[in-house]
Ligand binder design. Structure first.
Ligand SMILES: *Cc1c(COP(=O)(O)O)cnc(C)c1O
Length: 392
């Protein structure tokens, strides 16, 4: 009989609270500042300062960040958006939400990210945007093809949901001026607001557009509205602002972020050392001097067997992600992506969050080496694609 895993190793991911979050929420509740308020604006300023950028626009989720950024860039029906299939489905849904078509591209098997060549090989006359995904927290450098993209009027909107705090050279992700950057502050991200997101715009005009779209297309700020008898709606917009309750959590988390960075890097290095002697287990390498790691992923041949075995030992493994081009809802945009498909069979995410201890990690690593149960047989599923129609 095997001992059960410590509770923390049973979870693949888990939010980490530093303590003052509860009191911060209680203060917001007492003040009644639940909506988009001064607290949200303070969180925007603090994030901008932390990243070393002039402005940051808070929104309700990472998905809302991607959607708002695409809307502000004018991406819509008739446009193609180049996106890796190896991402969370949210990236693809944001593209569909504006009525554009995802153009799935393959990944570099070493990083699980797109490369400049892979992106350029997918460009067509309809390409309006590229959405690189900063997988696991790693930067994606498209600077070599920047001029070509600019000449074609193709914008770059980074899905940096995994990459809050990561660096690209001397700068934090978001501070490079080539891309609009979208962060998620969902429950299991490097920094959490409970739910939340942030867009880092490249220009003041873009910031202005993002602010209007996230607040139902209304022109005035909340403060101005209080002093006038009416408001004006001059663009399409959604209820996408970040609530004061969520921003209050984010402020506490940002204050403690140095600890988060150090812990995540140390845990990742502990995994690296513990996994190094294992045969047939290949760590997806991350430059943790630059990146704040978001996942600890390995590649394993008999992934499904190992997955079932670790789950039976109460170890919270996961798969990030089943490729999107094989999802029933996205079959219309299917194309052959060999590196993605192979990765889809081999990747396994080990428990990775700030509650883990080095002992948990040793236990996970030693268990990863000795599958004992037969492979799980999974039913081949017929695509159950729901027909649906976008905007007229
Ligand atoms: C989490 C995540 C998102 C979406 O963020 P939410 O805050 O959950 O809406 C988008 N892309 C990737 C790669 C993510 O991991």
């Amino acid at each position: 009989m095997t001992a059960s895993a410590r509770p923390d190793a049973r979870r693949n991911a888990s939010p980490y609270l530093y303590g003052p979050e509860a009191a911060a929420i209680a203060r917001v509740l007492q003040d009644g500042q639940y909506g988009h308020t001064g607290i949200t604006e303070e969180f925007e300023r603090r994030v901008a300062d932390f990243l070393g950028v002039p402005d940051a626009v808070a929104v309700a989720s990472g998905t809302a960040a991607l959607h708002t950024a695409l809307l502000a860039a004018g991406i819509g029906p008739g446009h193609e958006v180049i996106v890796p299939s190896m991402t969370f489905c949210a990236t693809v849904q944001a593209i569909l939400a504006v009525g554009a078509s995802p153009c799935f591209v393959d990944i570099d098997p070493a990083t699980l990210c797109v490369s400049d060549q892979l992106v350029m090989s997918a460009v067509t006359d309809k390409t309006a945007a590229v959405m690189p995904v900063l997988f696991g927290g790693q930067p994606v450098d498209l600077s070599a093809v920047r001029e070509e993209l600019d000449e074609r009027g193709i914008v770059v909107i980074e899905d940096a949901a995994h990459a809050f705090g990561s660096r690209q050279g001397a700068r934090r992700i978001g501070a490079g001026r080539m891309a609009t950057t979208c962060f998620s502050f969902g429950p299991i991200k490097n920094l959490t607001c409970g739910q939340g997101g942030m867009v880092i715009p490249r220009t003041p005009a873009e910031a202005d557009a993002l602010r209007r779209i996230r607040l139902l297309g209304m022109v005035q700020s909340q403060g101005e509205r209080a002093n006038t008898t009416t408001y004006r709606v001059n663009t399409f917009g959604l209820r996408y602002q970040l609530s004061g309750l969520n921003a209050a959590i984010g402020l506490v988390q940002l204050e403690a972020f140095q600890a988060a960075e150090a812990t995540r890097r140390n845990l990742w290095r502990t995994y690296r050392d513990a996994l190094a002697p294992l045969d047939g287990v290949t760590l997806v390498d991350v430059d943790v001097d630059q990146a704040v790691p978001h996942l600890c992923q390995v590649r394993i041949r008999q992934r499904d067997t190992v997955f079932a075995d670790l789950r039976s030992r109460d170890i919270g493994v996961g798969v990030h992600y089943p490729p999107n081009h094989t999802q029933p809802a996205f079959t219309a945009w299917h194309r052959s992506l060999p590196a993605t498909e192979q990765a889809g069979q081999e990747i396994l995410s080990l428990p990775f969050h700030q509650h883990l201890t080095p002992t948990d990690i040793d236990r996970v690593a030693s268990s990863s080496n000795r599958p004992s149960s037969p492979p799980e047989v999974r039913d081949a599923q017929a695509p159950d694609c729901v027909p649906w129609k976008l905007l007229p």
